[in-house]
Design a binder for this molecule. Sequence first.
Ligand SMILES: [Zn+2]
Length: 198
Amino acid sequence: MPNWDRTIPDDDRKCGYRLERTPPDGTFTAIVTCHELIGCYTHYWGGRTMPCERPDCPACNANSPTRWHAFVSCWNPSTHDHVLFQCTAKAAVAFEEYQSSHGTLLGCHFRAHRPKRRRNAQVVIDCRPADLTKLRLPAAPNIMQAMAVIWQIPRAALVADEAVRGAPLVKALSDRMAQAFDNPADGNGRCKPPEVHT
Ligand SMILES: [Zn+2]
């Protein structure tokens, strides 16, 4: 006899989240599902975005510049997409101000756009509170774990309690992110392995 269930088992829920950025010509609008933003320094190095691994970072050692990026999880009430949103430190100030005046980022209905309408032009974020009496937001993912999946950080490079359950194993024996070539840059598709100079 089948054992029917109206709740999806935790193990079978999706573990991957798409990473969204502000489009060059258009807007990105969603409601934040996490309480606070989280960020880290990244490099665009070897044809892809990777987190900075200071103090022992191959990209830093090669004088690659770093940029700090903020990440929040957010939900689009029209499409029901639950994704991660990435922006620069400058753009994220709007989130920080909202967070300090409302005590949380949860329920922040934001609209991100680039007034100059160019790729990589400065992002401006407008925030207002969503009417949470009419919405039930999904629970926020663990952003660090979700980013580890997006960056395809080899499991060996994660400390044990941050290990990503269900994350695909990277086909590399190395424990260095820099050498994990199967790591798409901001979701722009797969890239070639970095060139090895001998
Ligand atoms: Zn670095």
